[in-house]
Structure formats: C-alpha cells, structure tokens
Write a new protein. Structure first.
Length: 253
C-alpha cells in the first residue's frame, strides 16, 4: 500500500504532493513501482496534529482519487470522516482506511457497510492531539488485540461483512517506540484473530534517527512483516519495499 499524502503538514513528506498534478504523477509512479493499493490522505494524523475541515479534506482528496482511479490499482481513502469517505468512494476509491476504527464519526461504519467496501480498522487511543499521553497498557499486544476486536464487533453490528474487515495495530499511534516494537515482535498474535492484517511501519519514530534516515530501518520492518504473517504493508518507499517483499517470496518459493 503506497502512501500518498495530499497534505501540507505530513510528518514525512508534507507539501510535496499537495498539487493535483504532482499527486497524480506520484500515484502513477507508485503503481509502476509495484503498489497494489494507493492510500490517499488529506489530513495529517501525526502526533499533535489538529483536525482538518471536512470541505478542505474533500478538496484535497476527491480530485486526486478521480484522477488516479483508472490507473489499475485499488485506491483507499485515509480519513476519519464519513463525508470525506463518501466523496472518495464516489470518486473511485474502494477501501476506507480509518485510523479511528469508526470511533471518530458514527456514520463511518454504516457507510462502509452500505457501500460494501473494505474498511481498515486501525488501533488508536484518543486523537492525534492526545494519543501520545494514552500509552498505558497492561500488555500492549493483548490490549491492542482486545480493543481491535471491540471495533470488529462494532463494524459487524453496523453491517460490515467479516470479509471486508482489515485490522491495523496502529504502530506509533498511542504507542511508545518500545510498544511498537513489541507489537511487531508478537505480530502473529494479532494475525491469529483471523482478519486481513495491515501494518504501517514506514518512517515511524520507533525506527529511530531522523525521518530522512529511516529507509533502511523501514525496510527491515517490512521484511519482518512479510515473514510473520502481515498481509499488507503501508509504505512511502514503494519500489524499495516491493523489492524486499518479492525477494522474500522468491526465497520462500
């Protein structure tokens, strides 16, 4: 899953793809590099970020999705808001990637059910503004699993099909670096829940160092994910990650 941020304030590439033409070109590049999914986001959810107005978020994402919907890859919309998701689905997206797992907007899960689309339920406590203060877990893996399963119950109650549910442990979201590493170390315990598993290790704080120096560590995390049951990795550096995954697949036969 290739990350396409159309925001001016993303933690790693803010402003680079805020222009429609630049965003569409980047999407085509990621598709050529081997992305299976392109995840378009118009609101930064980095720690401390503030919420973006709905109309502004729609204007940042829907035109981009409409421009790239025909390039031959699945398009997902990274949003917490049902209005934004609806505009994205109307423009050609077919997956909703919600970092709040449907907590932020009660209309989100019914929308996903009504449209019959895939929905990524990511684990996060609080909001991007408050999440760094909400890292108190008895056991981070067990607690994340249990809290994700609560969201699975909510999604199913809203009418989302089991086969449309994807789970994401939310590396770096209400997690210390050590907790994110523990989630990766024991990722198989989340895989055992039986749902399609997504992980987003790309350029996260737990890798260490400056954001611009995190590619080697990101690729190490991608390799770990590929070897331990993760179904999809969400990355900025698609070509390099694709090479890692393809090499592991060839070795594994």
């Amino acid at each position: 899953m290739g990350v396409l941020n159309t925001t001016p304030d993303s933690f790693s590439d803010g402003g680079r793809f805020a222009d429609l033409g630049a965003a569409a070109d980047r999407a085509r590049q990621m598709a050529d590099e081997g992305a299976d999914v392109i995840d378009v986001g118009g609101e930064s959810t980095r720690p401390g970020s503030v919420e973006v107005d709905v109309d502004e978020e729609v204007s940042r994402t829907a035109p981009v999705i409409e421009a790239i919907a025909s390039i031959g890859v699945t398009v997902s919309i990274d949003t917490r808001k049902a209005t934004v998701a609806k505009a994205a689905l109307d423009a050609g997206a077919s997956v909703v990637n919600d970092v709040s797992a449907g907590r932020h907007d009660p209309a989100m899960l019914p929308l996903a059910a009504d449209r019959g689309v895939g929905v990524v339920l990511m684990h996060m406590r609080g909001t991007p503004m408050t999440m760094d203060s909400l890292t108190d877990y008895a056991d981070v893996v067990s607690d994340v699993r249990d809290e994700l399963m609560e969201r699975v119950v909510a999604a199913r109650a809203a009418g989302v099909a089991d086969t449309s549910i994807l789970l994401d442990p939310g590396l770096g979201f209400a997690k210390t670096p050590e907790q994110s590493l523990e989630l990766l170390r024991r990722i198989g315990e989340l895989r055992a829940a039986g749902y399609f598993l997504v992980a987003g290790p790309s350029r996260k704080r737990f890798i260490g160092g400056e954001v611009t120096d995190r590619l080697p560590g990101t690729l190490g995390a991608v390799a770990w994910c590929a070897m331990h049951g993760v179904d999809c990795v969400r990355v900025h550096d698609v070509g390099q990650a694709r090479g890692v995954i393809d090499t592991i697949a060839r070795i594994a036969g």
